[in-house]
Design a protein around this ligand. Structure first.
Ligand SMILES: [Zn+2]
Length: 292
């Protein structure tokens, strides 16, 4: 089972940080159109995890995706990471996001991905919040070490039925592989830009389950500038030292030139499904269960 997902946030983040630069929106629109066209031509459905504010500030973008039959999932309301929020803030953020998205598309939202995979050992309570807000499927677990977020003690890289404090949620974690003694992701974001396509395809062929995740920002060939200290600290909520900003600059720009071509080949050559379809075809009674 190969699952295809996108995180949709760029328009909102662009407005929040830089104001309205309409030429940037036009670029995001063009790449989204490329993705939707490719999915249509190859008869594939994906899950698009969308920031709630996109539904109120850029509703046409969300509706365009939904109208083509793709699943709209939730990617928080304002893209603040769950591990930087209190439980009350996370509850409010999730409620608002789901409400806005459901009003925008006229359909229930049942799938969720936390910004920056920000559910880990220290904020397992987030699963309870998601379930209580009506979420049935989650794709927030990154079962390896990561700069931000990550849940390295999770111990599974296949679908798992999670229970926590009386709730149940179907977890679809990111897939990882062991490389030089380290568990590493390979099928999305900066990892997809970094690894050659033959390696990504080989790993996906080997595993019975894979979860791919992309952002429009991964696919734009132009490089992003170095963030100012203020921008970095506002966004990442950590020290915006020159070193940290340069590391982020490198990681967010590496391999961008070739990323769209790689993605085009990958989508055309793999049998992808979205989370909704993956859920229906998963034999949950045979999946591992984990009580957090
Ligand atoms: Zn995101």
């Amino acid at each position: 089972m190969k699952i295809l997902t996108f995180d949709i946030e760029e328009w909102y983040i662009e407005r929040a940080f830089k104001g309205d630069r309409f030429e940037r929106y036009a670029k995001f629109d063009a790449y989204l159109d490329n993705i939707l066209k490719l999915l249509d031509e190859t008869s594939k459905k994906a899950t698009f995890f969308c920031v709630g504010k996109m539904a109120t500030e850029f509703p046409k973008v969300i509706r365009k995706i939904a109208e083509q039959g793709h699943e709209i999932g939730c990617h928080s309301n304002i893209h603040t990471w769950l591990n930087k929020m209190t439980q009350e803030e996370a509850l409010q953020d999730t409620h608002e996001a789901i409400d806005s998205l459901e009003q925008c598309i006229g359909k229930k939202v049942l799938s969720y991905r936390a910004p920056a995979f920000s559910i880990g050992d220290n904020n397992k309570w987030a699963f309870e919040i998601l379930a209580r807000c009506g979420i049935e499927r989650d794709a927030s677990v990154f079962p390896a070490d990561r700069d931000f977020g990550g849940f390295s003690s999770f111990g599974h890289k296949e679908p798992v039925l999670l229970t926590y404090n009386g709730i149940q949620i179907k977890e679809f974690p990111i897939c990882t592989t062991k490389l030089l003694g380290k568990e590493l992701a390979f099928s999305g974001g900066g990892y997809f830009r970094f690894f050659p396509l033959w390696f990504v395809k080989k790993e996906m062929k080997k595993a019975p389950y894979s979860m791919c995740y992309f952002h429009i920002g991964d696919l734009l060939p132009e490089t992003n500038g170095i963030m100012s200290k203020k921008e970095y600290e506002y966004y990442f909520k950590e020290n915006g030292s020159l070193k940290n900003r340069y590391i982020r600059y490198f990681k967010s720009n590496f391999g961008k030139k070739n990323a769209w071509n790689k993605l085009e080949i990958l989508i055309s050559s793999c049998d992808f499904v979205n989370l909704e379809i993956a859920d229906k075809s998963t034999h949950w009674n045979k999946c591992p269960q984990k009580d957090l």
